[in-house]
Design a protein around this ligand. Structure first.
Ligand code: NAP
Ligand code: GDD
Length: 351
């Protein structure tokens, strides 16, 4: 039985990956942070607090900023595969917490690599580093591939840039099987509510059911390459099963604006949006009722923006036989909206 250790197991990707590895008969260890409120909701399928639901799934308290804890957990679990998914993953928040973001997302990666080296597990343990399309930032070519130069635009991007290079450096210096998955944006029913897609699908469901009046957004013209998280975690696993340690771009190869995501999402709940005005004065009107339901708000703009991202997944398609077209943009929206409409307790949101 293979043993996997997942950092960030409570997150969107961590929860899907844990499910996938359990299906593949792995023994899965996940690192969770101590929190004063319950933070294991995304693990509901495989874990119920106080109940032994899956005997191959184990949770351990830890934190990426605590080197001794990282070393102890790797020593105790002796993993064949480590998936380093833990991160302060919000780009806008990284401008407010740049030092913490560097510590968790940058130095945190080093802590994992160095622990494996210190524990003399370099030959046994394969490491996946959750790298990101944010490295491309102010894009130097379109689409972006494994050879496109980086130009990060946020403390998050810069911290992840350290994570990328230190992973590559340990691979080259110590012959470790350590790889970067350069993943473009991927979303799901489990996406954090402060990321733009989930913020939009939840708001559309709430507005359609009279629980919210308006949705406030930032840059409507930002373009992203949005895929489905469940398809992307499969690729993380494929990268660690590959013969040689290599970095891969994972993307759909399609780009859409935030505006388009809004329009399609609201159409899913039967609302046609008409746009009026420009910049921070732009509004989205419900064509049927004439009500303003979308407003632009300055606070959601970033000090430096990544205007567009679109990946070229051909290397992963060729070498890993990964299907970048498994879930289309329209299907992704449908899945997220259907889930949010079904959510029984759509909280009442004041506008
Ligand atoms: P997410 O939902 O925000 O999950 C982040 C996870 O990291 C959570 O489990 C969180 O724990 C944990 N974490 C945060 N700070 C930590 C710390 N100091 N110590 C230990 N754990 C900590 O992120 P995601 O969307 O699943 O993304 C997974 C990884 O892929 C991240 O590294 C992200 O930067 C990267 N990535 C994501 C995307 C994307 O589009 N989703 C694209 C490219 C790369 P709590 O639950 O306790 O907060
Ligand atoms: N969050 C948010 N909230 N973003 C908004 C809003 C809003 O109200 N309005 C417009 N946007 C724009 C942002 O300015 C950005 O251009 C785009 O929507 C996407 O924002 P997010 O959903 O927050 O994602 P991200 O692209 O910044 O970062 C995500 O993808 C990266 C991979 O490219 C995160 O998951 C990162 O962790 C990941 O590395």
């Amino acid at each position: 039985m293979k043993i996997a250790l997942i950092t960030g197991v409570t997150g969107q990707d961590g929860s899907y990956l844990a499910e996938l590895l359990l299906e593949k008969d792995y023994q899965v260890h996940g690192i969770i942070r101590r929190s004063s409120s319950y933070n294991l909701d995304r693990l509901d399928e495989i874990h119920i607090e106080g109940v032994k639901k899956n005997e191959n799934f184990h949770l351990h308290y830890g934190d990426m900023t605590d080197s001794m804890n990282v070393i102890r957990l790797i020593s105790e679990t002796q993993p064949d595969e480590i998936y380093n998914l833990a991160a302060q993953s919000h780009v806008k928040v990284s401008f407010d917490m740049p030092e913490y973001t560097a510590d968790v997302d940058g130095v945190g990666t080093l802590r994992i690599l160095e622990a494996v080296r210190i524990l003399k597990l370099s030959e046994k343990t394969r490491i996946y580093q959750a790298s990101t399309s944010e490295l491309y930032g102010k894009v130097q070519e379109v689409p972006q591939s494994e050879t496109t130069p980086f130009y990060p635009r946020s403390p998050y991007g810069v911290a992840k840039m350290y994570g990328f290079w230190i992973t590559k450096n340990y691979r080259e210096s110590y012959n470790m099987f350590a790889v970067n998955g350069i993943l473009f944006n991927h979303e799901s029913e489990r996406r954090g509510e402060e990321f733009v897609t989930r913020k939009i699908t939840l708001a559309a469901a709430r507005i359609a059911y009279g629980k919210q009046e308006k949705l406030y957004l930032g840059n409507l013209d930002a373009k992203r390459d949005w895929g489905y998280a469940k398809d992307y975690v499969e690729c993380m696993w494929l990268m660690l099963q590959h013969d040689t340690p290599e970095d891969f771009v994972i993307a759909t190869g399609e780009m859409h604006t935030v505006r388009e995501f809004v329009e399609k999402t609201f159409l899913e709940v039967g609302i046609n949006i008409k746009w009026e005005g420009e910049g921070v004065n732009e509004i989205g009107i419900d064509l049927k009722t004439g009500k303003t339901i979308i407003k632009v708000e300055e606070k959601y703009f970033r000090p430096a923006e990544v205007e567009q991202l679109m990946g070229d997944p051909s290397k992963a398609e060729d070498l890993l036989k990964w299907d970048s077209k498994k879930t289309s943009f329209d299907e992704l929206i449908k899945k997220m909206v259907a889930f949010d409409i079904k959510k029984k307790n759509l909280e009442v949101y004041e506008s």
